[in-house]
Design a protein around this ligand. Structure first.
Ligand SMILES: Nc1ncnc2c1ncn2[C@@H]1O[C@H](COP(=O)(O)OP(=O)(O)OP(=O)(O)O)[C@@H](O)[C@H]1O
Length: 318
């Protein structure tokens, strides 16, 4: 669905040096990025501010022409075949709108139907689904400028889906939304991917988006790919330890010497013990069995690096 090879984009920035002289410097926003996305995948494209995410998305959607490298999306070269691409993919920019500000949402949708030349029946069916799942009915007849951010975003996502795209590209789709709106949108997108097979590529700084939506993460920094793989694989790679926290019925000596355990800390006078263990050397189940054989356990919980930790550690590698 997406094929990117050694993609590079430079910008020339002019600055002032003295009264009359100007300097020209070249900024490499995307240095060399390569990755593929297969049909049906849901991929998170993440990286710190200025890493080159938006620039990549703009090249994937035909808004920017690459300086060098190869890119194909949905079988076409995005910057050469923008119209063809627009028929095949949907794009949502959290910070920009594709709706008509003064028109009621319903009229924006009707205009998009004529622009994309979508059949009346298909349009009506897709609109009905979005209206129901994204709960648009109460504000369909209101001008876009009167909508809240959350309402408008639901409208933006609908607008991007009315022509039935096989790929949806989202740049910061949940930015600025409240928790409930974020959750509603995530649920809708997860269903779009799993039940309908629409391929998703999204950039986000909200790693809960990734946790809920994406099985795979492409992490970029300074215009190159730092890591690419399933979240679980990346977690195992950068955070090889997990922690088993056990609350005992009675205080006990530290539970030392269990297979795979690299550190034991006691709290509450030995009533709570935190056992750090290597995921490559033992499983949580085996360790729990070993602990239960040594002491009477009241409660236990397993802690591991959350997605923020994983991504932070990946950035820190640089
Ligand atoms: N039109 C432009 N002219 C000059 N430099 C640019 C231009 N667009 C982007 N850049 C620079 O390229 C780099 C990558 O920018 P980009 O917007 O792709 O990053 P990003 O990963 O999307 O960041 P953020 O998370 O802050 O949105 C930055 O250093 C930015 O200043």
């Amino acid at each position: 669905m997406i094929e990117v090879r050694e993609l590079c984009r430079e910008f020339t920035v002019t600055g002032k040096a003295g009264r009359f002289r100007r300097t020209r410097t070249t900024v490499r926003a995307v240095e060399s990025v390569s990755f593929d996305v297969a049909a049906g995948e849901a991929v998170g494209y993440v990286g710190p501010n200025g890493a080159g995410k938006s620039t990549t998305i703009k090249m994937l959607t035909g808004i920017l022409v690459p300086t060098s490298g190869h890119v194909r999306v949905s079988g076409v070269d995005p910057s050469r075949s923008r119209r063809e691409l627009a028929r095949r993919i949907g794009v949502v920019f959290g910070q920009r709108s594709q709706l008509w500000w003064d028109l009621p949402l319903r009229d924006s949708f009707a205009l998009l139907r004529s622009i994309y030349r979508v059949g009346a029946a298909d349009h009506a069916r897709r609109l009905r689904e979005c209206v129901e799942l994204l709960e648009l009915a109460p504000f369909l007849d209101r001008p876009v400028r009167q909508l809240s951010l959350g309402q408008r975003m639901r409208g933006e996502v609908t607008a991007a889906l009315l022509h039935g795209p096989e790929l949806l590209v989202l740049d910061e789709p949940t930015i600025g939304l409240d928790l409930e709106s974020k959750e509603r949108l995530r649920e809708f997108l997860a269903d779009l991917n799993t039940a309908r097979g629409t391929t998703l590529l999204l950039t986000t700084h909200d790693l809960d988006d990734i946790e809920r939506l994406c099985r795979r993460l492409v992490v970029i920094d300074r215009g190159t790919v730092l890591a690419d793989g399933p979240l679980e694989g990346l977690r195992a790679e950068v955070a090889p330890d997990r922690v088993l926290v056990v609350d005992l019925e009675r205080p006990a000596e530290p539970l030392e010497g269990l297979l795979g355990v690299v550190d034991v800390r006691t709290e509450l006078g030995g009533l709570r013990q935190r056992l750090t263990f290597r995921r490559s050397e033992t499983t949580a189940a085996a360790l729990i069995t070993a602990v239960v054989a040594r002491a009477e356990v009241h409660d236990l919980v397993i802690e591991e690096a959350d997605i923020d930790d994983v991504v932070r550690r990946l950035y820190a590698r640089r």
